[in-house]
Write a protein that binds this ligand. Structure first.
Ligand code: 13P
Ligand code: SF4
Length: 349
């Protein structure tokens, strides 16, 4: 657990982190990407951290990979690459930086390390987990194999390195359907997201898909009745869901896709009003680029993603902690499962 008061004290000895309206005004280019969702007063607080992190990044030859659920000041202020889980994994294979700072959750940092064993991968807060990754172990995968002999295991990237190593191939929400279709098997095991598995099964009825009963604490909270009520009260709103939502929720929506899929859909369709049935930062991060779209709540916050803050990123780069390590006998097997997914997605593109 990070000792934030002590960290704050140490950082203030080295960096000038007091709110700074003059610096904030000079950094108007960064601010223009988030001005609809971050107030000028908040930007004056964030700007000194953004400036310090960006300078340190150059000094350390570091790159910041940030998931679409990061807060706007991280997403627009310090990230070098933003995207969904698949994009971040692919970008991790392309970077020439010596250091990767993962602004996302722990399994994403592990994936970057698996793909880049020689690089330093930093996780700003090791407590940034994921309810899906915590729901299954490698033993759980073996139990599923014993129950369905011969069936290949497709594990969501939202899993630990050990679970990836015990799987045949990984998937993300943007390529799961393609991966299931490409596998030469009638019965396929999907872990650990029961809802992603059920949503994929609905699109690939020719295969028998069996699943582990994990779920995402952010997306499982929505109900079909919530969506029907919302549609009745807001008839002209485009309702867009993430496939980690239960299938009956997805069935009530106009579109369902990964966080990149959601962004692409909004960019292409430009609906007057949109409700993103997903994590709250998704709408915040794309709001300034889509001034003609009114984004309407409710959204749900991911407590794990929200553990990553500018202060913790600065501390991470300053101290070069916490470095992710994956034992090579696990990383080597996990890499096969992740790389198979990346190769199959590239072949489909
Ligand atoms: P994608 O960004 O791949 O859609 O995943 C969403 C998610 O919940 C990541 O934790
Ligand atoms: Fe995990 Fe859900 Fe949070 Fe994504 S949004 S990190 S799947 S708990």
């Amino acid at each position: 657990m990070l000792d934030m008061p002590a960290i704050r004290q140490d950082l203030n000895l080295v960096y000038d982190l007091a709110p700074n309206p003059d610096l904030a005004a000079r950094m108007s280019a960064e601010y223009s990407r988030m001005s609809r969702v971050v107030s000028p007063a908040d930007w004056a607080i964030h700007a000194p951290y953004v400036a310090a992190i960006n300078a340190l990044k150059r000094e350390r030859n570091a790159t910041i990979l940030a998931h679409n659920y990061m807060t706007p000041e991280i997403y627009h202020g310090i990230a070098d690459v933003v995207g969904d889980s698949l994009q971040l994994a692919v970008e991790a294979t392309r970077t020439s930086a010596d250091v990767i700072v993962q602004c996302g959750v722990h399994f994403m940092a592990e994936t970057s390390k698996i793909l880049n064993p020689a690089k330093i991968v930093l996780m700003p807060d090791m407590q940034a987990g994921c309810s899906l990754a915590e729901s299954i172990t490698a033993e759980g995968v073996e139990q599923m194999r014993a129950k369905y002999p011969g069936a290949p295991v497709v594990s969501y990237v939202n899993t630990t390195a050990e679970v990836k190593a015990a799987s045949d191939i990984c998937c993300t929400s943007s390529n799961a359907v393609d991966i299931i279709r490409a596998l030469d098997a009638d019965t396929i095991i999907m872990t650990p997201d029961q809802y992603l598995a059920q949503n994929v099964a609905a699109q690939v009825p020719e295969k028998r898909i069996v699943w582990w009963e994990g779920s995402c604490i952010v997306h499982e909270q929505y109900t079909a009745q919530d969506i029907r009520d919302f549609r009745e009260w807001n008839p002209d709103t485009r309702i867009i869901t993430h496939p980690e939502c239960p299938p009956e929720v997805v069935a009530e929506s106009d579109f369902s896709g990964s966080t990149k899929g959601i962004l692409d859909y909004v960019s292409a369709e430009r609906p007057a009003r949109a409700m993103l049935v997903t994590e709250c930062s998704m709408a915040s991060n794309i709001s300034d680029a889509h001034p003609d779209v009114e984004f309407i709540g409710p959204c749900n916050m991911c407590p794990y993603m929200k553990k990553i803050t500018l202060e913790k990123v600065l501390w991470s780069l300053h101290t070069m902690t916490t470095q992710i390590e994956v034992p090579s006998h696990i990383a080597d097997k996990a890499r096969l499962a992740v790389q198979r997914m990346i190769d199959l997605s590239a072949a489909k593109a």
